[in-house]
Structure formats: structure tokens, C-alpha cells
Design a protein around this ligand. Structure first.
Ligand SMILES: [Zn+2]
Length: 211
């Protein structure tokens, strides 16, 4: 399809050079992915909770029961299942927009989904990057406002917090991709990503990426 042929290259075109989209070791990145993402996800979860609950002692009474351990296991299962679905959503967008073969696997405790050997244009990379945030925020919003507030609802709320926190690096990358401009290309091998920009003498970007 024609939109697909516009979406990617099989080889890096001449005149491009690799840059770092962001530096995972930079203090700014660590600050955002750690405490800031946790605080933001906690605040959003608290707002969802406050909007669903009329604060009264009755509503907030939760008696401990050994069966609640099941809910802890449910949280863990939801988080693992979410991680896989999140990566598949990145991959699904790549698949739709390029038609190329994906790679999928586990890297330690992290799932990954990539598109090896394909240099996708900025808009494809950005669409794939933001897709899990858009899709699962909508799914969680529907569930958290449609389901009754009970123990399972709290389980979902924890999974929702995990989703918001887990999307922070994606949102950060998405914002930088938009700022870098349309000429950006991305090679996403799943375990590692490489970003390229047109080499029109902007050596300053390279130094910026290394800082
Ligand atoms: Zn992601």
C-alpha cells in the first residue's frame, strides 16, 4: 500500500546520522521515570478515587480477609498481562503502518516488541510510541468509572497506576520526537532503539544528546 511505502526505509538513507533521543542515564530522565512518574500516577489515582467515592466511614471500611491475598495475586497477574499487552500495542501500530515482521520477547523481566531492520519515519515511531498510553488510558477510564467500587476496583486502580507510571518513558520519548521534527527516523530492535536525524550541520544536537 502506498501509505506504507511512505512510512519507512529498509536501509538508512544517505545524509542521516544517529542521535540519542534521550539519555537513560541522565539525571533528568531518572528523575522523571522514578519519583515524578510515581507521584503523578499516585495523584491521578487519588483523583479517580475521590471522584468515585463519597467520603464516609462506611465506604472506607475494608476488613482484612485471607482471601484478599488473591487480589494481590490478581494485581501481579494484571501487571504482567498489562506489560505484554502494552508492548503488543506498540507492535500492532508498527504492523499496521509498515506491514513488516515484528520481533517480540522478554528482556529480563521486561517484555519488548520491535521492528528489526526497518527505519520508520517520525510519525510512525510517534504513533507506535503513544498508542499504549492512549488505548489503555481509555480502557482503564471506562472500567474505573463503569465498575462498582469494591476490592477488585482497587486492584484495577493499582494496575492503572502501574500503567500511568509505565507510560512515562513513552510520553517523554513522544514529546522529544515531536520536537525533533519530521525528518527523524527510528530503528526499533525491541531491546534497543536507534534514532536518526538528517545531517544538515546541526552538530549541536549531538552534543546535547551526549550531555
Ligand atoms: Zn511503551
Amino acid at each position: 500500500m502506498s501509505f506504507r511505502s511512505q512510512a519507512f526505509f529498509d536501509e538508512l538513507p544517505a545524509g542521516y546520522r544517529e542521535i540519542r533521543l534521550y539519555d537513560v542515564n541522565s539525571r533528568r530522565f531518572k528523575l522523571i521515570t522514578g519519583p515524578v512518574s510515581f507521584a503523578v500516577s499516585l495523584i491521578i489515582a487519588a483523583l479517580v478515587f475521590a471522584s468515585r467515592i463519597r467520603f464516609s466511614a462506611d465506604n472506607l471500611t475494608v476488613r482484612w480477609h485471607p482471601l484478599y491475598l488473591l487480589h494481590v495475586l490478581t494485581v501481579i497477574a494484571l501487571i504482567i498481562g498489562y506489560t505484554v499487552l502494552h508492548e503488543l500495542t506498540h507492535g500492532l501500530v508498527y504492523k499496521i503502518l509498515t506491514g513488516r515482521k515484528l520481533s517480540f520477547g522478554f528482556f529480563g523481566s521486561m517484555a519488548y516488541c520491535g521492528l528489526p531492520g526497518v527505519y520508520v519515519r517520525r510519525n510512525v515511531a510517534a504513533a507506535s510510541c503513544i498508542a499504549p498510553f492512549v488505548v489503555f488510558t481509555a480502557v482503564f477510564a471506562v472500567l474505573l468509572y463503569a465498575l462498582p467500587v469494591n476490592i477488585f476496583w482497587f486492584v484495577l486502580l493499582v494496575a492503572f497506576m502501574n500503567h500511568i507510571g509505565g507510560c512515562f518513558a513513552d510520553l517523554y520519548a513522544f514529546a522529544i520526537m515531536l520536537r525533533r521534527g519530521k525528518d527523524l527516523l527510528m530503528l526499533d530492535n525491541g531491546k534497543d532503539q536507534h534514532v536518526f536525524v538528517k545531517d544538515n550541520g546541526a552538530a549541536r544536537e549531538f552534543r546535547e544528546g551526549k550531555s
